[in-house]
Design a protein around this ligand. Structure first.
Ligand SMILES: [Mn+2]
Length: 233
């Protein structure tokens, strides 16, 4: 049984190359695989009433994977955090809270998109607290689609200017891996693939794998029978 982890595809109508890599990747999956999407799957998500035909096609594709016997689990990232759990459910996709600790092949695996662990970026964390506030989200969802699109566009410009986007690394203390009793941490967001053993200040160690974003190549981490493999395609 294969456990397959991907993140940071940033899928949109404007990324035909990544979209075709993704299509080939999804065709390569087989029954009994579990696919874990660890955030920023979509380049943006404004709400189900703003779902584009492209986004609908992608979600329908995930539903078809489920019909082929592939279990699909979805965690949101900083770009698609407005994704609604009930919408995912209607496509037979399981919503994963961020973070989530799961037992996989006997290992306790701590999963997160990873942005909340980049605590050295104080301005990003402040911004994140505002946009993830339930009241703010409710107000945003009540706005007309046009206004939401405008705000999203403004935020995107702002985020490019202010470097809200990844580039910094996670702070291992922020993961709280010892409380989760994690053997392995898997996350995305930082766009810099890395496998390493890291220690906290108390001297406890954990293995940490950061996934890569998708560009000219796609990539996935595969856990199978306790073995891990990073594949590029
Ligand atoms: Mn991200």
């Amino acid at each position: 049984m294969r456990h397959i982890f991907i993140s940071d595809l940033h899928l949109s109508e404007n990324t035909p190359q990544i979209n075709s890599i993704y299509e080939a990747f999804s065709l390569s999956l087989s029954a009994n695989d579990t696919l874990y999407i660890l955030g920023d799957f979509f380049n943006y998500w404004l709400g189900k009433d703003c779902m584009s035909p492209f986004q609908e096609t992608i979600l329908s594709g995930l539903k078809r994977l489920n019909e082929k016997g592939i279990c699909v689990k979805f965690m949101v990232g900083n770009r698609d955090f407005l994704m609604e759990p009930d919408l995912l459910e209607s496509y037979n996709i399981a919503y994963l809270q961020d973070p989530t600790c799961l037992v996989i092949d006997g290992l306790r695996v701590l999963l997160s998109h990873g942005d909340q662990w980049c605590t050295d970026n104080v301005s990003y964390q402040r911004f994140r607290r505002v946009v993830r506030n339930k009241g703010i989200i409710a107000i945003f969802r009540a706005l007309p689609q046009k206004t939401r699109l405008k705000i999203a566009e403004k935020l995107r410009q702002h985020s490019t200017k202010k470097n809200y986007e990844p580039l910094e690394d996670i702070n291992i203390e922020a993961t709280d891996f010892e409380t989760h009793q994690a053997d392995l941490i898997i996350h995305g967001h930082t766009h810099n693939p890395i496998t390493q053993v890291v220690s906290n200040q108390a001297g406890q160690s954990v293995k940490r794998i950061a996934l890569s974003d998708w560009g000219p190549k796609g990539n996935a981490l595969i856990l199978e029978n306790g073995q891990e493999n990073f594949i590029y395609f």
